[in-house]
Design a protein around this ligand. Sequence first.
Ligand SMILES: [Zn+2]
Length: 482
Amino acid sequence: MTRMPIHVYNTLSRKKENFAPSIEETIGVYVCGVTPYSSTHLGHARPSVVWDVIKKFLVWRGYRVYHVQNFTDVDDKIIARANEEGISPLELSAKYAQDYLESMDALGVSRADIYPKVSEHIPEIINMIERLIKKGYAYPSEGNVYYDVEKFTDYGKLSNQRLDELQSGTRFEVDPNKKNPMDFALWKSAKEGEISWDSPWGPGRPGWHIECSVMSEKYLGSNFHFHGGGNDLIFPHHENEIAQSEAATGQPLARYWLHNGMMNFKDSKMSKSLGNIVTIKDVLKKYPKELIRFFILSNHYRSELEYHEEKLTESNKGLRRLNETVKNAICAISLAKNRELNKQDQRILEKIEQCEKDYIAAMEDDFNSALAIASLFDLCRELNGYLSTTNQEGINATVLEKAVETFKVLAGDILGILILDEEKSSDDLVNPLMELILELRQDLRKEKNFKLADKIRDKLSELNILVEDTPQGPRWKQMNGQ
Ligand SMILES: [Zn+2]
Protein backbone atom coordinates (compact mmCIF):
# COMPACT_ATOMS: atom_id res chain seq x y z
CA MET A 1 0.00 0.00 0.00
CA THR A 2 1.58 3.32 -1.06
CA ARG A 3 1.13 6.01 1.51
CA MET A 4 0.81 9.66 0.50
CA PRO A 5 0.95 12.46 3.04
CA ILE A 6 -2.47 13.29 4.38
CA HIS A 7 -3.50 16.93 4.17
CA VAL A 8 -5.22 18.33 7.21
CA TYR A 9 -6.57 21.80 7.81
CA ASN A 10 -4.88 23.13 10.91
CA THR A 11 -6.84 25.86 12.72
CA LEU A 12 -3.56 27.08 14.22
CA SER A 13 -1.93 27.90 10.85
CA ARG A 14 -5.26 28.47 9.05
CA LYS A 15 -4.17 26.29 6.14
CA LYS A 16 -3.91 22.71 5.00
CA GLU A 17 -0.68 21.06 6.12
CA ASN A 18 1.06 17.79 5.34
CA PHE A 19 0.58 15.09 7.89
CA ALA A 20 3.00 12.23 7.26
CA PRO A 21 3.67 10.25 10.40
CA SER A 22 5.93 7.21 10.20
CA ILE A 23 4.07 3.94 10.37
CA GLU A 24 5.86 3.04 13.60
CA GLU A 25 4.56 5.94 15.67
CA THR A 26 1.24 5.88 17.41
CA ILE A 27 -0.99 8.78 16.40
CA GLY A 28 -2.10 10.60 19.54
CA VAL A 29 -5.61 12.08 19.45
CA TYR A 30 -7.14 14.24 22.16
CA VAL A 31 -10.78 15.23 21.68
CA CYS A 32 -12.53 17.44 24.22
CA GLY A 33 -15.35 15.41 25.67
CA VAL A 34 -18.72 16.23 27.12
CA THR A 35 -19.98 17.68 30.39
CA PRO A 36 -22.48 14.95 31.27
CA TYR A 37 -25.42 16.68 32.98
CA SER A 38 -28.34 15.53 30.80
CA SER A 39 -29.22 13.03 28.07
CA THR A 40 -26.86 12.72 25.12
CA HIS A 41 -28.24 14.60 22.12
CA LEU A 42 -27.66 14.68 18.38
CA GLY A 43 -25.20 17.58 18.66
CA HIS A 44 -22.86 15.15 20.43
CA ALA A 45 -23.13 12.71 17.54
CA ARG A 46 -21.23 14.87 15.09
CA PRO A 47 -17.73 15.08 16.62
CA SER A 48 -18.05 11.46 17.75
CA VAL A 49 -18.95 10.10 14.31
CA VAL A 50 -16.36 12.32 12.61
CA TRP A 51 -13.52 11.14 14.87
CA ASP A 52 -14.76 7.56 14.72
CA VAL A 53 -14.36 7.63 10.94
CA ILE A 54 -11.00 9.44 11.01
CA LYS A 55 -9.70 6.79 13.42
CA LYS A 56 -11.10 3.86 11.44
CA PHE A 57 -9.64 5.27 8.21
CA LEU A 58 -6.18 5.74 9.76
CA VAL A 59 -6.23 2.24 11.24
CA TRP A 60 -7.27 0.79 7.87
CA ARG A 61 -4.28 2.62 6.34
CA GLY A 62 -2.02 0.80 8.79
CA TYR A 63 -1.55 3.38 11.58
CA ARG A 64 -1.98 2.90 15.29
CA VAL A 65 -4.13 5.49 17.03
CA TYR A 66 -4.44 6.30 20.74
CA HIS A 67 -7.53 8.34 21.50
CA VAL A 68 -8.10 10.22 24.76
CA GLN A 69 -11.42 11.90 25.49
CA ASN A 70 -12.27 13.48 28.82
CA PHE A 71 -15.45 13.75 30.84
CA THR A 72 -15.87 17.07 32.67
CA ASP A 73 -17.62 15.42 35.59
CA VAL A 74 -17.70 18.46 37.90
CA ASP A 75 -18.93 21.90 36.86
CA ASP A 76 -21.57 24.53 37.61
CA LYS A 77 -24.27 22.94 35.43
CA ILE A 78 -23.69 19.50 36.97
CA ILE A 79 -23.87 20.93 40.49
CA ALA A 80 -27.10 22.85 39.73
CA ARG A 81 -28.77 19.81 38.13
CA ALA A 82 -27.64 17.46 40.92
CA ASN A 83 -29.18 19.82 43.48
CA GLU A 84 -32.46 19.72 41.54
CA GLU A 85 -32.43 15.91 41.44
CA GLY A 86 -31.25 15.61 45.05
CA ILE A 87 -28.21 13.48 44.25
CA SER A 88 -24.48 14.20 44.43
CA PRO A 89 -22.79 15.88 41.43
CA LEU A 90 -20.57 12.84 40.82
CA GLU A 91 -23.56 10.49 40.85
CA LEU A 92 -25.32 12.70 38.35
CA SER A 93 -22.34 12.98 36.01
CA ALA A 94 -21.65 9.22 36.24
CA LYS A 95 -25.25 8.54 35.21
CA TYR A 96 -25.06 10.78 32.13
CA ALA A 97 -21.52 9.68 31.23
CA GLN A 98 -22.98 6.17 31.05
CA ASP A 99 -25.81 7.51 28.88
CA TYR A 100 -23.19 9.07 26.59
CA LEU A 101 -21.28 5.81 26.21
CA GLU A 102 -24.48 3.83 25.56
CA SER A 103 -25.61 6.37 22.96
CA MET A 104 -22.24 6.22 21.20
CA ASP A 105 -22.26 2.41 21.24
CA ALA A 106 -25.72 2.52 19.69
CA LEU A 107 -24.39 4.82 16.95
CA GLY A 108 -21.60 2.35 16.18
CA VAL A 109 -18.91 4.76 17.41
CA SER A 110 -15.82 2.91 18.58
CA ARG A 111 -14.78 3.84 22.09
CA ALA A 112 -11.81 6.04 22.97
CA ASP A 113 -8.85 4.25 24.54
CA ILE A 114 -9.43 6.14 27.76
CA TYR A 115 -12.05 8.52 29.20
CA PRO A 116 -10.32 10.37 32.04
CA LYS A 117 -12.49 12.29 34.50
CA VAL A 118 -11.70 15.55 36.28
CA SER A 119 -12.61 14.16 39.70
CA GLU A 120 -10.02 11.40 39.27
CA HIS A 121 -7.18 13.80 38.38
CA ILE A 122 -7.21 16.40 41.16
CA PRO A 123 -3.58 15.76 42.35
CA GLU A 124 -2.27 16.11 38.77
CA ILE A 125 -4.33 19.28 38.29
CA ILE A 126 -2.97 20.82 41.52
CA ASN A 127 0.52 19.86 40.39
CA MET A 128 0.19 21.68 37.05
CA ILE A 129 -1.26 24.78 38.74
CA GLU A 130 1.73 24.79 41.13
CA ARG A 131 4.11 24.56 38.17
CA LEU A 132 2.37 27.51 36.51
CA ILE A 133 2.58 29.59 39.72
CA LYS A 134 6.27 28.74 40.11
CA LYS A 135 6.99 29.81 36.53
CA GLY A 136 5.13 33.10 37.05
CA TYR A 137 2.16 32.36 34.76
CA ALA A 138 -0.44 32.08 37.51
CA TYR A 139 -1.24 33.75 40.81
CA PRO A 140 -3.41 32.84 43.81
CA SER A 141 -6.04 35.31 44.93
CA GLU A 142 -8.58 34.86 47.73
CA GLY A 143 -8.65 31.06 47.52
CA ASN A 144 -8.73 31.11 43.69
CA VAL A 145 -5.85 30.75 41.26
CA TYR A 146 -5.87 32.72 37.99
CA TYR A 147 -3.86 32.41 34.82
CA ASP A 148 -2.06 35.66 34.01
CA VAL A 149 -2.76 36.03 30.26
CA GLU A 150 -0.39 38.97 29.84
CA LYS A 151 2.53 36.70 30.75
CA PHE A 152 1.86 34.38 27.80
CA THR A 153 2.99 36.33 24.75
CA ASP A 154 1.33 33.90 22.30
CA TYR A 155 -2.11 34.34 23.85
CA GLY A 156 -4.67 34.50 21.02
CA LYS A 157 -2.62 32.61 18.42
CA LEU A 158 -5.19 29.85 17.85
CA SER A 159 -8.21 32.11 17.48
CA ASN A 160 -6.04 34.67 15.64
CA GLN A 161 -6.79 37.52 17.98
CA ARG A 162 -4.45 39.81 19.90
CA LEU A 163 -4.91 40.28 23.60
CA ASP A 164 -5.58 44.01 23.25
CA GLU A 165 -8.25 43.31 20.60
CA LEU A 166 -9.85 40.72 22.84
CA GLN A 167 -9.88 43.13 25.73
CA SER A 168 -11.42 45.99 23.79
CA GLY A 169 -13.97 43.70 22.13
CA THR A 170 -15.40 42.21 25.31
CA ARG A 171 -17.33 43.61 28.20
CA PHE A 172 -16.17 42.39 31.55
CA GLU A 173 -17.57 42.51 34.99
CA VAL A 174 -14.89 43.99 37.20
CA ASP A 175 -13.43 41.25 39.37
CA PRO A 176 -11.22 42.68 42.14
CA ASN A 177 -9.42 39.32 42.46
CA LYS A 178 -8.06 39.40 38.90
CA LYS A 179 -5.09 41.42 37.61
CA ASN A 180 -6.51 41.50 34.09
CA PRO A 181 -10.18 40.92 33.22
CA MET A 182 -9.09 38.29 30.64
CA ASP A 183 -7.36 36.18 33.31
CA PHE A 184 -9.16 32.88 33.76
CA ALA A 185 -9.58 30.59 36.76
CA LEU A 186 -7.35 27.53 37.17
CA TRP A 187 -8.75 26.86 40.64
CA LYS A 188 -12.03 28.14 42.07
CA SER A 189 -12.57 28.46 45.80
CA ALA A 190 -15.50 26.40 47.07
CA LYS A 191 -18.83 28.03 47.74
CA GLU A 192 -20.69 27.07 50.90
CA GLY A 193 -21.89 23.44 50.76
CA GLU A 194 -20.43 22.79 47.28
CA ILE A 195 -18.35 19.76 46.29
CA SER A 196 -14.66 20.56 46.85
CA TRP A 197 -11.18 19.16 47.24
CA ASP A 198 -8.34 20.35 49.50
CA SER A 199 -5.57 22.30 47.83
CA PRO A 200 -2.66 24.56 48.84
CA TRP A 201 -5.07 27.48 48.23
CA GLY A 202 -7.90 26.11 50.34
CA PRO A 203 -10.90 23.94 49.44
CA GLY A 204 -12.14 24.31 45.89
CA ARG A 205 -12.37 22.72 42.46
CA PRO A 206 -10.58 23.08 39.13
CA GLY A 207 -11.52 25.71 36.53
CA TRP A 208 -12.84 24.30 33.26
CA HIS A 209 -9.75 24.52 31.01
CA ILE A 210 -6.99 23.03 33.16
CA GLU A 211 -8.27 19.42 32.99
CA CYS A 212 -7.55 19.06 29.27
CA SER A 213 -3.97 20.35 29.65
CA VAL A 214 -3.40 17.91 32.51
CA MET A 215 -5.01 14.87 30.90
CA SER A 216 -3.46 15.34 27.46
CA GLU A 217 -0.02 15.66 29.06
CA LYS A 218 -0.58 12.62 31.26
CA TYR A 219 -1.83 10.29 28.52
CA LEU A 220 -0.24 11.70 25.34
CA GLY A 221 2.73 13.83 26.44
CA SER A 222 3.54 17.16 24.78
CA ASN A 223 3.31 17.89 21.07
CA PHE A 224 1.00 14.99 20.23
CA HIS A 225 -0.61 14.77 16.79
CA PHE A 226 -4.29 15.79 16.77
CA HIS A 227 -6.32 17.95 19.08
CA GLY A 228 -9.99 17.98 18.19
CA GLY A 229 -13.25 19.51 19.28
CA GLY A 230 -16.12 21.65 18.06
CA ASN A 231 -15.29 25.06 16.59
CA ASP A 232 -17.17 26.66 19.49
CA LEU A 233 -14.25 25.56 21.68
CA ILE A 234 -11.54 27.48 19.80
CA PHE A 235 -11.98 30.47 22.07
CA PRO A 236 -11.61 30.55 24.98
CA HIS A 237 -11.25 26.84 25.81
CA HIS A 238 -8.54 25.76 23.37
CA GLU A 239 -6.76 29.10 23.54
CA ASN A 240 -6.54 28.64 27.30
CA GLU A 241 -5.43 25.02 26.98
CA ILE A 242 -2.53 26.21 24.81
CA ALA A 243 -1.63 28.98 27.29
CA GLN A 244 -1.60 26.50 30.20
CA SER A 245 0.18 23.58 28.52
CA GLU A 246 2.79 25.54 26.62
CA ALA A 247 3.68 27.66 29.65
CA ALA A 248 3.93 24.58 31.87
CA THR A 249 5.89 22.31 29.51
CA GLY A 250 7.72 24.72 27.20
CA GLN A 251 6.52 22.50 24.32
CA PRO A 252 3.73 22.94 21.76
CA LEU A 253 0.53 21.32 23.03
CA ALA A 254 -0.53 19.63 19.78
CA ARG A 255 0.69 19.67 16.17
CA TYR A 256 -2.67 19.84 14.36
CA TRP A 257 -5.86 21.47 15.62
CA LEU A 258 -8.96 20.07 13.92
CA HIS A 259 -12.32 21.67 14.57
CA ASN A 260 -15.66 20.34 13.45
CA GLY A 261 -18.52 22.68 12.53
CA MET A 262 -21.61 22.83 14.70
CA MET A 263 -24.79 20.86 14.18
CA ASN A 264 -27.46 23.53 13.99
CA PHE A 265 -31.01 22.85 14.91
CA LYS A 266 -33.44 25.02 12.96
CA ASP A 267 -31.02 27.91 12.58
CA SER A 268 -29.68 27.89 16.11
CA LYS A 269 -26.84 25.93 17.58
CA MET A 270 -28.27 22.85 19.19
CA SER A 271 -27.63 23.16 22.86
CA LYS A 272 -29.25 22.22 26.09
CA SER A 273 -29.51 25.82 27.21
CA LEU A 274 -31.68 26.65 24.16
CA GLY A 275 -33.89 23.65 24.76
CA ASN A 276 -33.33 22.31 21.23
CA ILE A 277 -32.81 18.78 22.30
CA VAL A 278 -33.11 15.68 20.22
CA THR A 279 -31.63 12.81 22.18
CA ILE A 280 -29.69 10.17 20.29
CA LYS A 281 -31.63 7.36 21.92
CA ASP A 282 -34.93 8.91 20.78
CA VAL A 283 -33.74 9.39 17.21
CA LEU A 284 -32.44 5.82 17.11
CA LYS A 285 -35.90 4.52 18.02
CA LYS A 286 -37.09 5.86 14.70
CA TYR A 287 -34.11 5.65 12.38
CA PRO A 288 -31.16 3.30 11.90
CA LYS A 289 -27.76 4.44 13.12
CA GLU A 290 -26.46 4.15 9.56
CA LEU A 291 -28.79 6.97 8.50
CA ILE A 292 -27.55 9.33 11.22
CA ARG A 293 -23.96 8.53 10.28
CA PHE A 294 -24.72 8.98 6.57
CA PHE A 295 -26.39 12.34 7.27
CA ILE A 296 -23.37 13.57 9.25
CA LEU A 297 -20.73 12.16 6.91
CA SER A 298 -22.36 13.49 3.73
CA ASN A 299 -21.08 16.90 4.86
CA HIS A 300 -17.46 17.92 5.32
CA TYR A 301 -16.66 17.88 9.03
CA ARG A 302 -15.65 21.56 9.08
CA SER A 303 -18.88 22.81 7.50
CA GLU A 304 -21.88 23.86 9.52
CA LEU A 305 -24.62 21.24 9.44
CA GLU A 306 -28.28 22.11 9.76
CA TYR A 307 -30.46 19.41 11.22
CA HIS A 308 -34.11 18.85 10.88
CA GLU A 309 -35.97 15.63 10.53
CA GLU A 310 -37.01 16.20 6.91
CA LYS A 311 -33.34 16.50 5.96
CA LEU A 312 -32.64 13.21 7.66
CA THR A 313 -35.45 11.41 5.85
CA GLU A 314 -34.39 13.09 2.59
CA SER A 315 -30.91 11.61 2.90
CA ASN A 316 -32.46 8.20 3.47
CA LYS A 317 -33.10 7.99 -0.29
CA GLY A 318 -29.39 8.09 -1.02
CA LEU A 319 -28.56 5.65 1.72
CA ARG A 320 -31.18 3.21 0.47
CA ARG A 321 -29.87 3.45 -3.11
CA LEU A 322 -26.39 2.54 -1.92
CA ASN A 323 -27.56 -0.33 0.23
CA GLU A 324 -29.89 -1.75 -2.38
CA THR A 325 -27.11 -1.87 -4.95
CA VAL A 326 -24.89 -3.79 -2.56
CA LYS A 327 -27.72 -6.17 -1.58
CA ASN A 328 -28.52 -6.79 -5.25
CA ALA A 329 -24.88 -7.54 -5.93
CA ILE A 330 -24.79 -10.02 -3.05
CA CYS A 331 -27.93 -11.77 -4.31
CA ALA A 332 -26.52 -11.90 -7.83
CA ILE A 333 -23.28 -13.64 -6.79
CA SER A 334 -24.98 -17.04 -6.48
CA LEU A 335 -26.49 -16.67 -9.97
CA ALA A 336 -23.34 -15.31 -11.58
CA LYS A 337 -20.87 -17.42 -13.50
CA ASN A 338 -17.30 -18.30 -12.73
CA ARG A 339 -15.77 -17.81 -16.14
CA GLU A 340 -12.86 -16.00 -17.75
CA LEU A 341 -12.97 -12.22 -17.48
CA ASN A 342 -14.36 -10.47 -20.51
CA LYS A 343 -13.93 -6.82 -21.47
CA GLN A 344 -16.95 -5.68 -19.50
CA ASP A 345 -15.74 -7.50 -16.36
CA GLN A 346 -12.32 -5.89 -16.73
CA ARG A 347 -13.93 -2.50 -16.98
CA ILE A 348 -15.86 -3.00 -13.74
CA LEU A 349 -12.72 -4.22 -11.97
CA GLU A 350 -11.00 -1.02 -13.06
CA LYS A 351 -13.94 0.99 -11.75
CA ILE A 352 -13.68 -0.76 -8.38
CA GLU A 353 -10.01 0.13 -8.22
CA GLN A 354 -10.77 3.71 -9.24
CA CYS A 355 -13.43 3.98 -6.52
CA GLU A 356 -10.95 2.91 -3.86
CA LYS A 357 -8.35 5.38 -5.18
CA ASP A 358 -10.85 8.26 -5.21
CA TYR A 359 -12.08 7.33 -1.75
CA ILE A 360 -8.56 7.34 -0.30
CA ALA A 361 -7.71 10.63 -2.05
CA ALA A 362 -10.86 12.23 -0.60
CA MET A 363 -10.18 11.02 2.92
CA GLU A 364 -6.54 12.07 2.65
CA ASP A 365 -7.66 15.56 1.70
CA ASP A 366 -8.70 16.78 5.13
CA PHE A 367 -10.87 13.71 5.76
CA ASN A 368 -13.45 14.69 3.15
CA SER A 369 -16.04 12.01 3.84
CA ALA A 370 -18.58 13.73 1.59
CA LEU A 371 -16.34 13.18 -1.45
CA ALA A 372 -15.48 9.68 -0.29
CA ILE A 373 -19.21 8.86 -0.28
CA ALA A 374 -19.51 10.37 -3.78
CA SER A 375 -16.89 7.89 -5.01
CA LEU A 376 -19.04 5.04 -3.62
CA PHE A 377 -22.03 6.33 -5.58
CA ASP A 378 -19.93 6.43 -8.75
CA LEU A 379 -19.26 2.72 -8.27
CA CYS A 380 -22.93 2.11 -7.49
CA ARG A 381 -23.93 3.50 -10.88
CA GLU A 382 -21.42 1.30 -12.70
CA LEU A 383 -22.45 -1.73 -10.73
CA ASN A 384 -26.16 -1.21 -11.39
CA GLY A 385 -25.42 -1.10 -15.10
CA TYR A 386 -23.38 -4.27 -14.80
CA LEU A 387 -26.09 -6.08 -12.81
CA SER A 388 -28.64 -5.39 -15.53
CA THR A 389 -26.36 -6.84 -18.21
CA THR A 390 -28.40 -8.90 -20.66
CA ASN A 391 -25.68 -10.27 -22.92
CA GLN A 392 -25.26 -14.02 -23.15
CA GLU A 393 -22.07 -14.24 -21.13
CA GLY A 394 -23.86 -12.74 -18.14
CA ILE A 395 -22.08 -11.38 -15.10
CA ASN A 396 -18.99 -12.69 -13.39
CA ALA A 397 -19.06 -13.87 -9.76
CA THR A 398 -15.47 -12.83 -9.01
CA VAL A 399 -16.17 -9.27 -10.14
CA LEU A 400 -19.24 -9.07 -7.91
CA GLU A 401 -17.39 -10.52 -4.92
CA LYS A 402 -14.68 -7.90 -5.36
CA ALA A 403 -17.25 -5.10 -5.57
CA VAL A 404 -19.12 -6.31 -2.48
CA GLU A 405 -15.88 -6.65 -0.52
CA THR A 406 -14.93 -3.07 -1.45
CA PHE A 407 -18.28 -1.74 -0.24
CA LYS A 408 -18.05 -3.77 2.96
CA VAL A 409 -14.73 -2.18 3.85
CA LEU A 410 -15.17 1.40 2.60
CA ALA A 411 -18.86 1.93 3.36
CA GLY A 412 -19.27 -0.65 6.13
CA ASP A 413 -16.14 -0.97 8.26
CA ILE A 414 -14.94 2.64 7.94
CA LEU A 415 -18.02 4.83 7.43
CA GLY A 416 -20.54 2.52 9.12
CA ILE A 417 -23.31 3.24 6.59
CA LEU A 418 -23.93 -0.25 5.20
CA ILE A 419 -27.05 -2.10 6.33
CA LEU A 420 -26.69 -5.73 5.34
CA ASP A 421 -28.24 -7.49 8.29
CA GLU A 422 -31.79 -8.32 7.15
CA GLU A 423 -33.05 -8.79 10.70
CA LYS A 424 -31.70 -5.40 11.68
CA SER A 425 -33.39 -3.61 8.80
CA SER A 426 -36.76 -5.15 9.64
CA ASP A 427 -36.24 -3.89 13.20
CA ASP A 428 -35.74 -0.45 11.73
CA LEU A 429 -39.17 -0.74 10.22
CA VAL A 430 -40.83 -2.09 13.38
CA ASN A 431 -39.98 0.98 15.48
CA PRO A 432 -41.63 3.61 13.26
CA LEU A 433 -44.60 1.28 12.62
CA MET A 434 -45.12 0.77 16.35
CA GLU A 435 -44.94 4.53 16.90
CA LEU A 436 -47.60 4.96 14.25
CA ILE A 437 -49.90 2.31 15.75
CA LEU A 438 -49.55 3.74 19.26
CA GLU A 439 -50.21 7.26 18.00
CA LEU A 440 -53.43 6.12 16.30
CA ARG A 441 -54.43 4.24 19.45
CA GLN A 442 -53.85 7.41 21.50
CA ASP A 443 -56.13 9.32 19.11
CA LEU A 444 -58.83 6.68 19.64
CA ARG A 445 -58.50 6.95 23.41
CA LYS A 446 -58.80 10.74 23.19
CA GLU A 447 -62.04 10.22 21.28
CA LYS A 448 -63.08 7.83 24.05
CA ASN A 449 -63.21 4.92 21.60
CA PHE A 450 -61.80 2.57 24.23
CA LYS A 451 -63.27 -0.51 22.60
CA LEU A 452 -61.14 -0.16 19.48
CA ALA A 453 -58.10 1.07 21.46
CA ASP A 454 -58.29 -2.03 23.67
CA LYS A 455 -58.71 -4.26 20.64
CA ILE A 456 -55.42 -2.89 19.23
CA ARG A 457 -53.69 -3.54 22.54
CA ASP A 458 -55.07 -7.11 22.69
CA LYS A 459 -54.15 -7.90 19.11
CA LEU A 460 -50.62 -6.61 19.73
CA SER A 461 -50.47 -8.79 22.83
CA GLU A 462 -51.27 -11.80 20.64
CA LEU A 463 -48.16 -10.83 18.66
CA ASN A 464 -46.18 -10.84 21.94
CA ILE A 465 -46.03 -7.03 22.00
CA LEU A 466 -46.89 -5.64 25.41
CA VAL A 467 -48.34 -2.09 25.54
CA GLU A 468 -48.27 -0.19 28.83
CA ASP A 469 -49.98 3.15 29.38
CA THR A 470 -47.75 5.33 31.56
CA PRO A 471 -48.13 8.97 32.66
CA GLN A 472 -45.49 9.80 30.00
CA GLY A 473 -47.53 8.06 27.29
CA PRO A 474 -47.73 4.53 25.97
CA ARG A 475 -44.69 2.25 25.95
CA TRP A 476 -44.23 -1.06 24.23
CA LYS A 477 -41.90 -3.99 24.49
CA GLN A 478 -41.49 -7.30 22.79
CA MET A 479 -42.05 -10.36 25.00
CA ASN A 480 -39.61 -12.92 23.69
CA GLY A 481 -40.83 -16.48 23.35
CA GLN A 482 -43.92 -16.08 25.51
ZN1 LIG B 1 -10.64 20.53 26.29
